[in-house]
Design a binder for this molecule. Sequence first.
Ligand code: SF4
Length: 236
Amino acid sequence: MDKGTGALKSRAATRKIIAALSTQYPDATTELHYRNAFQLLVATILSAQSTDAGVNQVTPALFARYPDARALSGADLGDLQQMIVSTGFFRQKSKALVGMAQALVDEHNGEVPANMEQLTELPGVGRKTANVVLGHALGVPGFPVDRHVLRVSGRLGISSGDDPVKVEAQLCTALPKAIWTQSSDTLILHGRRVCRPKPLCERCVARSLCEYYRVVTAAPSRQPRHVTRRVRTPRR
Ligand code: SF4
């Protein structure tokens, strides 16, 4: 992953950077379509190694057929696989979805728990997925860290390292709880649209505050090759 070279920025600087980026994405939120916590949990599990747009194409029919955990817990795996095949890794995802739904029925009366520990005990649910659901559908602030958040926050110098759990802790420490979820959404959108693996810095409102940009402009001869190092993909 491309990184800035400076030390981790202060909390004040981190807040300033997020505030600047928020002007570029004032309505940042998840791009997954959902109506309740169960639907968002399903959509987020499906989004692993897929695009949100791709997931949004399959979920209307999926939610119509399996409107809640009880319905999904009894799904035929073959039928389910056919419905989600276009999202990739459909065999693993089908098992995860049915296992997750069965656990919701068996242990939570069919409801999605508003609790990180209980969410991450569900099959197919990692810390990132749990934070997405908690922050967007259950009113519990969370800071999902995906590959975009890792890349963008690292370049900006507001996080260090490639460990999603440590980066989540760094960003949560620096930012008020009330804006955790939207800050994550902002960094994700910025990573998708502007701060891509090959960044479009001329379109970035935060470039005067960016560690990576400072290094590039200060030492053009040392310009990074825009090669993205492999990073650990956080469990979703
Ligand atoms: S200036 Fe460039 S590298 Fe820095 S955050 Fe913006 S797009 Fe990313």
